[in-house]
Design a protein around this ligand. Structure first.
Ligand code: GLN
Length: 472
């Protein structure tokens, strides 16, 4: 077996038994990337020499000692490129520092290895917005891996990585995890530091693990969670031992099924898989209870106002002067205009224009302010539901992975693919996607994910239930 085939737990036991060293593991992961990633496009780059230098110092007694983790290309790793899959930053920017999550990974002994492909600046649901190269679904190369953390999901699914980090602003960890058949966890807003992540929508962004197993997810979350004095939105609450709850009984837990999430638009084959997974939870002693999240229908519109507004401000720095590609021009305005025109892709420009519009005087009250009020209602819906139930279960994506090109020319249909994931970001709660089988489409077995959503800081319960399901 190649080291890239292993889960984190398996790799650690191979190290413990002396069967494998971190240097050997890195070399064999690099060889599996070279062999397989040409067709998939999950990686933008990797630097074996830098990683080998880290491996030589690896302390195998640490929780992630010598474990290579692939990193989404918007998370800063000192000395590495950080392009956000944008022509704006490709070849012009190298990280001068480690993001807090990377610092925490290193402190636990892990080795950041490989930069994963994504939609440009994390805007998209299919990876087709990558400004650098396409990324495809390892289960069917004609199909998309999801997005925006499509590369981070594809490399774990293709066994060209042991585990990865992604980010989730409206579903970008959970949706690609679901479409590629891996475990993807979006922590509660504030559970994980955002320092050193290139910001898309600062009130929604969270970083989280993408792994082969729930136990690996718990271990990675354990490592990256916790306070950060460089991110004032990062919570100081103590980090519980997420791995100790795995294996606990789930009998007696109430699982809410939002009626709005099982309604029209949901592919019948996906619905069947998700319902079978819920039956399985029932057989483990959980009780399904119907709940309502009445403001669900407003979630996509609300998200695309708030996320674009924040993006228009966050992306102002990519102007060829402060950061990024700099166009030749005779005058200052020309430098700004041409740098952004040449450096940014169509979807990113669309979002900046939308975001600028909803913040402009005259439209601010009608769009932005109203969206903030609806956001509060959406959060309230969840809080009301969590008065009655411990967790919420639902599909992650209304369909399995779609064909590359299928939605590329219709941004609105792409936005609707996020219908079940976006609300969790607006509400600031936590969520996980766990593989729950495959559906047959045109002769290919395409993965489906079960989404579990939990209260703010309810990650332990999410992981416990996800693990119970996974091993059942
Ligand atoms: N697909 C959503 C979007 O395009 C979510 C992206 C994300 O979570 N980064 O905005």
């Amino acid at each position: 077996m190649n080291a890239a085939d292993f889960s984190i737990a398996q790799l650690k036991s191979a190290y413990a038994s002396g069967d494998l060293s971190p240097e050997d593991a890195l070399r064999s992961i690099a060889s599996s990337i070279d062999a397989k990633d040409g067709d998939i496009g999950g990686y933008l780059s990797y630097d074996l020499d830098l990683a080998l230098a880290d491996a030589a110092k690896a302390d195998l007694s640490l929780p992630l000692g010598g474990v290579p983790i692939a990193i989404k290309d918007l998370i800063n790793v000192e000395g590495h490129p950080c392009s956000c899959a944008s022509k704006m930053l490709e070849g012009t920017y190298q990280s001068p520092y480690d993001a807090t999550v990377v610092k925490k990974l290193r402190a636990a002994g892990a080795i950041p290895f490989g930069r994963t492909n994504m939609d440009e600046f994390a805007m998209g649901s299919s990876n087709e917005n990558s400004g650098i190269k396409p990324c495809r679904n390892p289960h069917d190369l004609d199909r998309i891996p999801g997005g925006s953390s499509g590369g981070s999901a594809a490399v774990v699914a293709a066994n060209t990585a042991v585990a990865s980090l992604g980010t989730d602003t409206g579903g970008s960890i959970r949706q690609p995890a679901s479409l590629c058949g891996v475990v993807g966890l979006k922590p509660t807003y504030g559970r994980v530091s955002r320092y050193g992540l290139v910001a898309f929508a600062s009130s929604l962004d969270q970083c989280g693990p993408m792994t082969k197993t729930v136990a690996d997810s718990a271990l990675l979350l354990q490592t990256i969670a916790g306070s950060c004095d460089r991110d004032s939105t990062c919570l100081a609450n103590e980090v519980p031992d997420y791995t100790s709850v795995l294996g606990e009984d789930i009998a007696g837990l109430k699982i809410g099924l939002p009626k709005e999430y099982f309604a029209k638009g949901l592919d019948p084959a996906v619905k069947e898989k998700v319902e079978a997974a819920i039956k399985q939870l029932e057989s483990l002693g959980a009780t399904p209870v119907e709940v309502s999240l009445p403001n669900t229908e407003h979630a996509v519109a609300t998200y695309y106002i708030i996320a674009t507004a924040e993006a228009s401000a966050n992306l102002a720095r990519f102007d060829g002067v402060r950061y990024g590609h700099r166009a030749e021009s005779d005058d200052l305005i020309g430098v700004y205009e041409d740098s952004r025109e040449e450096g940014l892709g169509a979807e990113v420009k669309r979002r900046i224009i939308l975001g600028t519009y909803v913040l402009s005087s005259g439209y601010y009250d009608a769009y932005y302010l109203r969206a903030q009020k609806v956001r509060t209602l959406i959060r309230q819906d969840f809080m009301n539901a969590f008065e009655e139930v411990d967790l919420i279960a639902s599909p992650v994506s209304p369909t399995p992975a779609f064909k590359a090109g299928e939605k590329a020319s219709d941004p609105l249909s792409m936005y609707l693919a996020d219908i079940y994931t976006i609300s969790a970001n607006l509400a600031g709660i936590c969520g996980i996607s766990v593989p729950c089988g495959t559906v047959d489409v045109e002769g290919k077995a395409l993965p489906v994910g079960l989404q579990l959503l939990g209260k703010p800081l309810g990650e332990s319960k999410l992981l416990k239930v996800a693990h119970a399901y996974e091993v059942s």
